[in-house]
Design a protein around this ligand. Structure first.
Ligand SMILES: [Zn+2]
Length: 461
């Protein structure tokens, strides 16, 4: 059976035009004005933007962290994603030190299979460098895992040293893998944290004050330098501040292949939220921390101008009246992470209604560039014949205010409670199947397929 989407305005990462779209057997078959009915199911998209489904390349579903577990699993998290217009995501495998990487991959497959309602892929975190690590990474490439995350933060846990980072970058340059980095100077931060706790400064806001933006800038510039010497492309996850953005901008001007991601929490929230009275600031504790107000306008400019290419979520929810409470009286014990997989696209679209970014840049940042960077293009992130029919009909006129009670993420609060938005997904298709319609979920857990991703192509980014 074919589906014909008529009378919509197609929006891609580069173009906007009126055309109809025919879908058959899960893929886009034809695009053009006035396509004829041919026994099709017809969907009227008058007044709607017809765009590729969103791709969230930074999620942590069902993840053990800081003595807790992120509250959304692959079922609840991906249903929420679909309701927000996201049709694919890439989650991070976090291996256990001393154990084979293949075992970690099996663990994450087990979390997703039979549960994911949208398509899913995996990145792998590299948390140690042993004599067998590079060989094990080669095997990961064969499994369609082509991007790997390193940490300059969390010493004693996830951090690896500059030597191991450089080794990995050289390997990636040779193999066509993309290295991602969480860039903060972990050892310096550890010193500040200890000093603050010793002085009895333990409220949530000290989580932010103990991690200065300059130390994100320093680590970002350092890893950019290492990547430049290694000849490897580099992707900066969750960039939050002016210092880091300047390092990325300088490198890109030199022609270095450096790509940056930010998240809605860094565009809309500020350190004032973390300083809310009582323990409420814990709702806003994530890492790197949400910054002082003056950083967000710089991030918006970076997004508009292209030094920041993608917007992902770092979705990693913990209940406020649950795991977050472990950190009452000690900010070090607040599980770090925010919910966001469902609200990412509507929040970024808000930047379109406020003239901060263009409509095509919106689509580019939430769908097209993520697909290009992570080996999914043009199967995903594109409206072209042959692409998967992952399509969102976006209603630019819908007015509503965000509230946790209307959202589908399995967590007991929203960081954006009461925020007024315009525009949201109306119908959402994954491989031609209608999975969300006007606020109703019509898909099913287990429908999501594993995304075997291509290696990094230095296509025009
Ligand atoms: Zn993350």
């Amino acid at each position: 059976m074919a589906t014909l989407i008529k009378n919509g305005t197609i929006v891609t990462g580069t173009d906007l035009f009126k055309a109809d779209l025919r879908i058959k057997d899960g893929t886009i078959r034809s695009i053009g004005p006035g396509l004829e009915h041919a026994g099709d199911v017809v969907v009227d998209a008058t007044g709607r933007f017809v765009m590729p489904g969103g791709i969230d390349v930074h999620t942590h579903l069902d993840m053990p962290f800081m003595g807790a577990r992120s509250t959304d699993d692959f079922e609840t998290g991906t249903i929420a994603a679909a309701m927000g217009g996201t049709t694919s995501h890439i989650d991070f495998i976090v291996p256990v030190k001393g154990r084979p990487l293949q075992e970690a991959l099996e663990t994450w497959r087990g979390k997703a299979e039979g549960k994911a309602a949208i398509d899913y892929g995996f990145h792998l975190c590299i948390v140690e460098m042993t004599p067998s690590t590079l060989g094990e990474l080669d095997a990961m490439l064969e499994d369609g895992i082509t991007s790997f995350k390193l940490f300059t933060a969390y010493p004693g846990a996830l951090m690896i040293d500059d030597g191991a980072i450089f080794t990995t970058l050289r390997w990636a340059a040779d193999r066509g893998a993309l290295i991602q980095v969480h860039a903060e100077n972990g050892p310096a931060i550890a010193e500040i944290v200890d000093a603050m706790v010793a002085e009895g400064r333990t409220e949530p806001k000290y989580h932010g004050l103990s991690r200065p933006s300059a130390l994100e800038g320093e680590a970002t510039a350092r890893v950019i330098t290492l990547a430049g010497v290694a000849g490897a492309p580099l992707y900066i996850v969750h960039l939050t501040c002016r210092e880091a953005l300047e390092a990325v901008g300088k490198a890109r001007k030199r022609g270095q292949r450096v790509y940056a991601e930010t998240c809605p929490q860094y565009l809309y929230l500020s350190s004032d939220d973390m300083a809310r009275p009582g323990f409420e600031g814990a709702k806003y504790v994530c890492t790197p921390p949400i910054r002082d107000k003056e950083h967000a306008p710089a991030l918006w400019r970076g997004l508009a101008q292209g030094d920041i290419l993608t917007v992902a979520t770092d979705h990693c929810p913990f209940d406020y009246d649950g795991a977050k409470r472990m950190g009452e009286g000690d900010f070090r014990k607040i599980p770090s992470g925010l919910p966001g997989i469902e609200t990412r696209m509507a929040l970024l679209y808000h930047g379109v209604t406020e003239n901060r970014i263009s409509l095509t840049r919106f689509v580019d940042a939430v769908a097209t560039k993520p697909a290009k960077l992570f080996g999914l293009y043009p199967r995903k992130g594109a409206i072209v014949p042959g692409a998967d029919a992952d399509i969102v009909l976006w209603d630019p006129e819908r007015d509503y205010s965000l509230s946790h009670k209307d959202l589908h993420m399995r967590v007991d609060y929203s960081p954006y409670e009461g925020m007024t938005l315009k525009g949201g997904p109306d119908k959402v298709f994954i491989r031609g199947e209608l999975v969300a319609d006007n606020g109703r979920f019509l898909g099913k857990p287990g429908f999501g397929r594993y995304l075997h991703r291509d290696r990094f192509h230095p296509i025009e980014l």
